[in-house]
Write a protein that binds this ligand. Structure first.
Ligand code: MG
Length: 344
């Protein structure tokens, strides 16, 4: 049964037991573009109490630097890059862990990215000079199955935009490349607002005909939009389309609720000299099936914040169908419960 945290004593007990606060962003810190009431002062209080804060988001639209600027502009001061873990950054960490050379921690291969600039930039930052992400170069090319089939061996596609001529003259001797020449080590797939069929067909062709690792950013099927909260396609829908065409599931899923995100976070923190003890960490989120499920998979405590998507009736529904293992450890009205009541 989840414990509802409401009194100062209950909150103080949890604060004594926890060093790391893993915070979902939308529904816990922000609601759309607005900051949830009392969150900036709550974050300040947690920091002043010596707590480590990490923001855990499934976004792939912005790279961490852009997200950090967005949080600062929204009124949340003091957020540092190393505190942000997104699904895009997790993909980059996954690729680095699996494919980087030990000497420089960089990947000496190309990576195909079916995804937005935030994802593209995070992955590009893990590549050695002369190697490039590839995919957005194709978004203005009208789709023709024949073109993609011929482009497997014929140089019909634009050059990678990041290729460094000085370090890696091939294939810049040409003006176009083939898919086979690209020879990516991985195909990373997430939602891209500018994607077209040419880009998706090339991703599918590469996954069929090479040993490239199939990396999915996050499973969210749809994101709510507009006043009617229309559910419009997100990464899960695009991953499903590629998976259906290729006939196999992704080799890895990077965003919540996959434990990959938590494991890579713990490894990164350890590399920087900070050990995360799961017994002394709490995941705070507003969604049962992503945030709370994620927290349970990585063995940390979990707290459902009622400031976002899910409400008490969702917990009642879980209990009625006997799914008690899906319940969070704690329920809080909002993250602001951690602000001492006298200052809120
Ligand atoms: Mg959320």
């Amino acid at each position: 049964m989840a414990v509802t945290l409401s009194t100062n004593a209950q909150v103080a007990d949890l604060l004594d037991d926890v060093d790391y606060f893993l915070l979902d962003l939308d529904g816990v810190v922000l609601l759309g573009d607005s900051v949830i009431p009392h969150i900036p002062e709550t974050l300040r209080h947690l920091r002043e109490s010596g707590k480590q804060i990490r923001f855990i988001s499934n976004t792939i639209l912005l790279e961490r630097e852009g997200l950090m600027r967005h949080l600062h502009a929204a009124g949340i001061a003091g957020v540092a890059m190393h505190e942000i873990y997104t699904a895009a950054y997790t993909c980059a960490l996954y690729l680095q862990e699996n494919f980087a050379q030990r000497e420089d921690h960089l990947i000496h291969r190309n990576v195909f990215v079916l995804g937005p600039s935030g994802l593209n930039n995070e992955v590009q930052s893990m590549l050695a000079a002369g190697y490039s992400t590839y995919g957005p170069e194709l978004t203005s090319i009208p789709y023709s199955p024949d073109l993609v089939a011929r482009a497997w061996t014929e140089p019909l596609l634009p050059l990678p935009s990041h290729t460094d001529e000085n370090n890696h003259p091939h294939p810049l001797k040409k003006t176009k490349i083939s898919l086979k020449e690209l020879d990516p080590v991985a195909v990373v797939v997430g939602v891209d607002y500018n994607m077209n069929m040419t880009e998706m067909a090339c991703a599918v062709a590469l996954l069929q005909c090479t040993t490239a690792r199939f990396v999915a950013t996050n499973p969210d099927p749809a994101d709510p939009a507009g006043a009617r909260l229309l559910l419009l396609p997100s990464s899960g829908a695009i991953v499903a389309a590629v998976q259906t065409a290729v006939g196999r599931a992704p080799d890895v899923l990077c965003g919540k609720p996959s434990p990959t995100m938590g494991l890579l976070l713990m490894e990164k923190e350890a590399q920087e000299g900070r050990r995360v003890d799961p017994q002394r960490a709490v995941m705070v989120g507003d969604r049962l099936m992503t945030d709370i499920c994620f927290g349970k998979k990585i063995g940390v405590r979990t707290a459902l914040a009622l400031s976002g998507t899910q409400k008490l009736r969702d917990l009642t529904e879980l209990m009625e169908r006997g799914a008690t293992d899906e319940l969070p450890d704690y329920v809080i009205e909002s993250l602001a419960v951690f602000l001492p009541k006298s200052s809120s």
